[in-house]
Write a protein that binds this ligand. Structure first.
Ligand SMILES: [Zn+2]
Length: 90
């Protein structure tokens, strides 16, 4: 039995390296709240080399993890900047 997620809202965000502000992912975020992980299936564009490191400065920004039985990248605190639309999608 799957718990039903109440919020069907999602929005697109861009995840940037906190050090050099290089774009890392374009990501489809489900629901509200802070970004603590990225589900791999929700990554719309991947600008990295797939090694969870910034392609420009080499800083590691995430760790591979399984969250709710889905492959995910757990964001390391303070390593990324998120830009995007908060609130409800139009
Ligand atoms: Zn960087």
């Amino acid at each position: 039995m799957k718990p039903k997620v109440g919020k069907n809202d999602w929005y697109t965000i861009t995840i940037l390296c906190s050090k050099c502000q290089t774009s890392l992912y374009k990501y489809k975020k489900e629901g509200g709240g802070e970004l603590i992980k990225c589900y791999v299936s929700n990554i719309l564009e991947d600008y990295t080399n797939g090694d969870l490191c910034c392609p420009n400065c080499g800083q590691q920004f995430a760790r591979e993890a399984i969250v709710h039985n889905r492959p995910a990248h757990k964001i390391i605190g303070g390593k990324v900047i998120v830009r995007g639309h908060h609130g409800k999608s139009k």
